[in-house]
Design a protein around this ligand. Structure first.
Ligand code: ARG
Length: 600
């Protein structure tokens, strides 16, 4: 469906052409002076030089030709040569009615369905999920939904860190605690027990304990430093043996995975974040030797100080671009190696048109090296769209990365619990009669909106301060404010139906007042917001849009008697308008990854 701006530009372009000028000059924009007009066109200013005429003369001529155009209520030429445009009520109403009949409210869908893989969980198995993993999950999930809505085939992959040193640390600590287990008896022939040797609670405690033991503080005694060094060496050795396929350690690896995955799923579910693929670094382990061989055969990789590297620097680089290290001098594969093997596997399995990665922006250099290597070594096509969406940090009130009150790393579960509890208090306070289980589930929904909107309303790359008071407030640019607006609409619609009205049958009329017109204008901009968000991978565009839309609705609501309106035609029109507003808000929050309760 053509956008409002395109339709206006066409009409104004026709007028330029009819007056003897280039029709391209008719390009309109949203007004930057909403107090004066809704849209504007500065084409007369741009054409003045070419046609050797004063801009206001051109603008006058064009405006004269638009006076009887039914699309406009008013087209005014103002000095020095602007065209100020106000749309007609008819035009705006017809546009919305048409939008409601379109698939996806008029979002332009591509001719073919591009396949995009999104890599956005990044959780590390055996380590607790902490707030650092929150932003990639929230942003990635929103982008996944936005791209899908815009007609892409999207595959979300969690890409777990499930092959690293943390596995060796857990094995080593387990051996310290339970040397009697069969995994540590070199003579044991198997089969190994089916029951895992730890619970999730134990595992959650084992990793931090092991990690602490592998490090010694600067002021530690020589003896302590030696012990830490030995412990770490043992963990690295265990990791290596596990990776090489030593059966007892592979068996422990399976236990770690089996115990961790349900817990990870539970955590992501609580955030309404869902993956199509639960793959990880381990999945490509066996592909690495073949890929390395291929790099060598084609001379893409060469040896440098004992390591195997691919040069990726370009003469146009403003900053130094170090080579991408494929194998360390001891032959070990690295983070980049795994990412490259994963790209190779993804191309083979899914033939994606693009792969987009969501992690902390401090990984930008890593991904730049990986992308360049992938292109250079032809693991991907020249046109494969590899993109990195680096997120900024979620900070505490002190401006430093968010911590627990005690100063430790904040676990995701704890954070979600805290915000749920906070919201529960608020919901209970404003609805003392609400049954407890409804209050709980309402609170969880509103809390999720607070958390996600608080995050997504910022550009992904920006750091932001997590302010629980602000994020959970029912007023201001917050998730709960949006939900509150929706709940308000739902309650009006319910009353209307209770009084015998039929929401579905209600017909939208022309705007009756300025607030109504404003709300209608915002509704016409839905597709622009959603398409813009997809193009720039910027869910913040959807947030900004629904904040404006909610404000426009609330101004209308405060200035208009809806249910008390005695003119039935007007009343129906108001109902049609607010139910459309609700539909659009519902669609948008679903794209952002949260939902609204019935009341709050
Ligand atoms: N596990 C990594 C981390 O915690 C994030 C993985 C991101 N994805 C990737 N393909 N490298 O930092």
């Amino acid at each position: 469906m053509e956008k409002v701006l395109e339709l206006i530009s066409k009409e104004v372009g026709d007028a330029f052409e009819a007056a003897g000028y280039d029709r391209e000059l008719g390009r309109a924009t949203v007004s930057n002076r909403p107090d004066l007009c809704e849209y504007q066109c500065n084409g007369a200013m741009a054409g003045a030089k070419k046609y050797g005429k004063a801009p206001f003369i051109i603008a006058d001529e064009v405006a004269a030709r638009l006076q009887d155009n039914p699309a406009f209520e008013k087209v005014e030429s103002v000095k020095p040569g602007f065209l100020n445009i106000i749309l007609s009520g008819d035009f705006v109403r017809n546009y919305i009615v048409k939008m409601l009949h379109e698939k996806r409210f008029g979002v332009t869908l591509p001719g073919h369905e591009p396949t995009i893989i999104l890599d956005y969980g990044g959780a590390n198995v055996a380590k607790p999920l902490h707030v650092g993993h929150l932003r990639p999950a929230i942003i990635g999930e929103a982008v996944k939904r936005i791209l899908k809505y815009n007609g892409n085939k999207v595959i979300g992959d969690i890409h777990m860190g499930d092959w690293g040193t943390q596995m060796g640390l857990v094995i080593t600590e387990l051996k310290c605690r339970h040397p009697e287990l069969p995994y540590f008896d070199p003579d044991f022939e198997g089969p190994f027990p089916k029951e895992p040797p730890f619970t999730i609670e134990e595992l959650a405690e084992i990793y931090p304990a092991a990690s602490a033991k592998s490090k010694a503080a600067d002021d530690a005694s020589e003896e302590e430093k030696k012990a830490a060094k030995e412990y770490k060496a043992a963990a690295l050795d265990a990791t290596k043996r596990m990776q090489e396929g030593y059966k007892p350690y592979r068996a422990i690896w399976h236990h770690i995975m089996n115990v961790s995955l349900p817990d990870l799923k539970k955590n992501y579910d609580s955030l309404d974040v869902h993956f199509d693929l639960w793959k990880g670094e381990s999945d490509v382990h066996d592909d690495i030797p073949g890929m390395v061989e291929y790099f060598k055969q084609h001379d893409y990789a060469h040896e440098s100080q004992g390591a195997l590297v691919v040069d990726v620097a370009d003469e146009k680089d403003a900053k130094e671009m170090p080579p991408c290290i494929i194998l360390k001098s001891d032959g070990a594969a690295l983070y980049a190696t795994t990412d490259l093997a994963t790209i190779q596997e993804r191309m083979k399995e899914y033939h994606p048109d693009g792969i987009y990665y969501f992690t902390d922006k401090r990984q930008a250099l890593h991904f730049e090296q990986v992308f360049r290597t992938a292109k250079k070594t032809k693991l991907v096509m020249p046109e494969t769209d590899l993109r990195f969406v680096g997120n900024g940090t979620m900070n505490g009130a002190d401006g430093k990365p968010f911590k627990t009150r005690a100063g430790g790393v904040m676990h995701l579960e704890t954070l979600v619990q805290e915000i749920n509890d906070k919201m529960y208090e608020r919901v209970k306070a404003s609805n003392p009669d609400m049954p407890d289980d409804e209050a709980r589930s309402t609170a969880n929904k509103v809390a999720l909106s607070a958390l996600k909107y608080g995050d997504l309303s910022n550009q992904p790359a920006k750091d932001y301060i997590f302010d629980i008071e602000k994020f959970t407030s029912f007023e201001g640019d917050t998730g709960p404010y949006i939900l509150y607006t929706m709940v308000r609409i739902k309650s009006i619609l319910k009353k209307f139906e209770a009084e015998g009205g039929n929401v579905k049958e209600a017909k939208l009329g022309n705007p009756e007042n300025e607030a109504m017109k404003n709300l209608m204008l915002l509704l016409t901009r839905f597709a622009d917001a959603v398409e813009g968000a997809a193009k720039d991978l910027a869910p913040n565009r959807v947030c900004a849009y629904i904040y404006d839309l909610s404000n426009a609705f609330n101004s209308f609501y405060h200035g208009t008697k809806i249910l008390a309106e005695t003119d039935e035609y007007k009343k129906e029109s108001y109902i049609a308008l607010i139910s459309t507003t609700l539909k659009i808000l519902e669609t948008c929050i679903d794209l952002l990854g949260f939902s609204a309760p019935e009341r709050m």
